[in-house]
Design a binder for this molecule. Structure first.
Ligand code: PLP
Length: 405
C-alpha cells in the first residue's frame, strides 16, 4: 500500500493549519526565513532515502557516486560565495557547527572567551546547561551599559587576562554589525584563534551588506535558515590548516550519516544566495528593520542600541511595564509572531525576559518594504498597549501572500 499524507488525516490537518497560520500571520521570529520552493523540493526529494557516512571520495558506504557530486557542489558553491578555503556542509544544525569547532581545536579545560547570553550570546557560547561548558572554561565579555554596543575594551582586557585559546564573536540578538578586524587584532594580541558565529547574518554577508568575516577569522559558522533562504542545518568555513580536524570533529566526532537531502538543499541555497534577486532582498531585509526600528522609536518604544544594522530589532518593554513574555503573548493575539528575549543587563530571567526580538526577514521575503514597516510599527505599538489588531494584521498579510523568491 502506498502511504500518502492525505491518508494521515490528523497530520495532514495539522500541516495545513500551520500553512494557513504562516500565510495569515505576520511571522517576525528573527531566526526564520521562508524556504523557496526549490529548497522544499530538494529537501523532500529521493535523496531522503540515502544513508551515507564520510566525505566525498572517502565514504563508508557504496553507491555514493551522485551524493559525492552533490556534496562537492555544495562545498564549491559555499567556497565561491564566501571566499573560504575549506567548507564542511554536513552539520545538522548551528549548534553542532560550534561544538565541532571547539572539539577540533580545544582540549577539555581550555578557555574560551565569548559574549554573555544577556548581551546576545548563544547557548552554544557557554550556557551552563550546554555540553560545551562542561568541557571547556568559558569567560564572557559583554556590551557597554551606555550604548549597548560590544565593549571592545573589556574584550581586550579579558583576552589579555585570561589568554583564551579561542575567542567567539557573534550572537543571537545583537542587532549591530560586528567589527571583525578589531576582533582579529585582539585575537592576535592575546594569541587566540577566532571564531565568527554568523548564524544570523550569513545571508547579509553573502549579499555583501555586512563585511565578510572570512578574511579575519580562523572559523566561520552559520545556519542556513535565518537570513539565508535555505534548509535546516549548518555550515562551517575554515582555513585550510584546520580542514582535517574540522571534518573529523563533525564526522565521526559529532554526527554519523549526513542528511543527504539537506546537503543538496544547501547547494541550492548557495546558488540562490549568489543571485541578484537575493542581494536586492537582503538589502530590503535591513532597510525594513531600520524602518521598523525608527517607527517604533517614534512611537515611544525603546530599541536596544537605538536601532539596528541587521534584520533584528530588540525591543525593551520595561517602559510599557510589561515583560517580554507578556509582550510576546499580546503580539501573538494580534497575529504577530515574535519571541521574548533578554536585553542587556536584564533584571528578569530568560523565561520571562524584558524584551522581544523582532526580525524582518520573512516580511521582506513576502515583499513588504519600509512603508509596510511603518504600518507594522503602528500595529506592534497598539498591540503592546493591549489593543487587538489581528484584523489589520491579517489584511496586511493578505496583500503579501507568498515569498518573492
Ligand atoms: C548565534 C547563534 N549560533 C548558533 C545557533 C544555533 O543554531 P541551531 O538552532 O541551528 O542549532 C543560533 C540559533 O539561534 C544562533 O543564534
Amino acid at each position: 500500500m502506498a502511504f500518502n499524507l492525505k491518508d494521515d488525516k490528523r497530520l495532514a490537518e495539522l500541516i495545513e493549519a500551520e500553512e494557513n497560520r504562516q500565510r495569515d500571520h505576520l511571522d517576525m521570529v528573527a531566526s526564520q526565513s521562508i524556504a523557496p520552493r526549490a529548497i522544499l523540493e530538494v529537501s523532500g526529494s529521493c535523496l531522503s532515502n540515502r544513508t551515507i557516512e564520510g566525505y566525498p571520495g572517502r565514504r563508508y558506504y557504496a553507491g555514493g557516486i551522485y551524493l559525492d557530486e552533490i556534496e562537492t557542489l555544495a562545498i564549491e558553491r559555499a567556497k565561491a560565495l564566501f571566499g573560504a578555503e575549506h567548507v564542511n556542509v554536513q552539520p545538522h544544525c548551528g549548534t553542532n557547527t560550534n561544538l565541532a569547532v571547539y572539539q577540533a581545536v580545544l582540549e577539555p579545560g581550555d578557555t574560551v572567551l565569548s559574549m554573555d547570553m544577556s548581551s546576545g550570546g548563544h547557548l552554544s557560547h557557554g550556557h551552563k546547561r550546554n555540553i560545551a561548558s562542561r568541557l571547556y572554561r568559558f569567560v564572557h565579555y559583554g556590551v557597554r551599559k551606555d550604548d549597548e554596543l560590544i565593549d571592545m575594551e573589556q574584550l581586550r582586557d579579558m583576552a589579555m587576562i585570561h589568554r583564551p585559546k579561542l575567542i567567539v564573536g557573534g550572537g543571537s540578538s545583537y542587532p549591530r554589525e560586528i567589527d571583525w578586524k578589531a576582533f582579529r587584532e585582539i585575537a592576535d594580541e592575546s594569541g587566540a584563534m577566532l571564531l565568527a558565529d554568523v548564524a544570523h547574518t550569513a545571508g547579509l554577508i553573502a549579499a555583501g551588506i555586512h563585511v565578510n568575516p572570512v578574511p579575519f577569522c580562523d572559523f566561520v559558522t552559520f545556519s542556513l535558515y535565518k537570513t539565508l533562504p535555505g534548509p535546516r542545518g549548518g555550515c562551517i568555513l575554515c582555513r585550510e590548516k584546520y580542514a582535517k580536524e574540522i571534518d573529523l570533529a563533525i564526522f565521526p566526532g559529532h554526527q554519523g550519516s549526513m542528511i543527504t537531502s539537506l546537503v543538496a538543499a544547501k547547494a541550492a541555497c548557495f546558488a540562490i544566495a549568489a543571485t541578484k534577486e537575493f542581494k536586492v532582498l537582503a538589502g530590503r531585509i535591513v532597510d525594513d528593520a531600520r524602518a521598523l526600528a525608527s517607527g517604533l522609536t517614534r512611537r515611544g518604544l525603546r530599541t536596544v542600541t537605538g536601532g539596528t544594522d541587521s534584520h533584528i530589532v530588540l525591543l525593551d518593554l520595561r517602559n510599557l511595564n510589561i515583560t517580554g513574555k507578556e509582550g510576546e503573548g499580546l503580539l501573538e493575539s494580534s497575529g504577530i509572531t515574535v519571541n521574548r528575549n533578554g536585553i542587556p543587563f536584564d533584571p528578569l530571567q530568560p523565561w520571562i525576559a524584558s524584551g522581544v526580538r523582532i526580525g524582518t526577514t520573512v516580511a521582506a521575503m513576502r515583499g513588504m518594504g519600509p512603508s509596510e514597516m511603518e504600518t507594522v510599527a503602528a500595529l506592534i505599538s497598539r498591540a503592546l498597549s493591549g489593543e487587538n489588531v489581528s484584523e489589520e494584521t491579517a489584511e496586511l498579510c493578505r496583500r503579501f501572500p507568498s515569498s518573492v523568491l
